[in-house]
Design a protein around this ligand. Sequence first.
Ligand code: NAP
Length: 268
Amino acid sequence: MKVLVIGAGNMGLTYAEGMASSPILNRRKLMVYDVSPDKIISLKEMEIFDVHEKLEDALPTADVIFLAVKPFHSDELFERMKPMMNDEQIAVSLMAGVTIETIQEGLGIKKVIRTMPNLPAQVGKGVTSFTESKEVSRVELLMIRNLLDTTGESIHVENQNYIDASTGISGSGPAYVFYFMNSMLEAAKKMGFSDNDSRVLVSKTFEGAVELFNRNDLSPTLWMDRVASKGGTTRAALDSMDDNNVKELIKEAAYAAFNRAVELGEGE
Ligand SMILES: NC(=O)c1ccc[n+]([C@@H]2O[C@H](COP(=O)([O-])OP(=O)(O)OC[C@H]3O[C@@H](n4cnc5c(N)ncnc54)[C@H](OP(=O)(O)O)[C@@H]3O)[C@@H](O)[C@H]2O)c1
């Protein structure tokens, strides 16, 4: 199997590096192509990929093609790719809001896998949801899942609605966590902590809470009860959040991202 990653930006490079660090693919089997001459130079310096400056040299020999350009570049890219594609090739899209049907039509192929990755893939802790067109076989799907798992974990979903939904949870989700962290950092600094101490206090609090959460099946509500005692400090904070409807506002935010993903898919 030969894999080609098109677009070596944040996501494309992350997936290429993940695949390169796994035993699944050797250097000759992992090709990378990007339009930017500067990127080509730095990719070559990394010496871990088969780097291509010309799409014509790489695309016809690829079995699996990762599409990692920004969605607004997809039309011009598809136009260039289409004459070089064949029916057996599998396209794996990392692009937000570009539907399987659009990719099938744009590339003139049937086998398409659409994914929703997230940024922690950069540290091997990503979560990628994915779904496929009916022409992709179970064996092919398993093979692609193994590739996706080189950046963390993957979740197979039934249809594209769940891809849009996971945009609202895991795709955009890291930004919600950073938003929460930023608020806590601002509060810590206002209370008089130095920048560095604020950073340690907030970062370790998130890291420790997630580790506890992953240790067993306890729900977040039960964990909250373990921290909060009646009339105590944590209860005061949680009551303040409830009084301000924070829970509903966070759910609304996740739905805003979900709805935007649907809109983008409809070509808005
Ligand atoms: N970043 C995230 O957290 C995230 C999360 C989920 C999904 N995604 C999806 O991942 C995709 C890539 O996002 P990104 O943040 O990695 O973008 P990015 O950093 O801008 O990377 C895209 C790369 O593709 C290159 N490119 C543009 N047109 C090309 C073409 N026709 N052929 C080959 N290469 C081309 C770009 O070069 P230039 O810079 O010269 O244009 C750039 O190097 C997007 O579709 C996005 O929806 C991203």
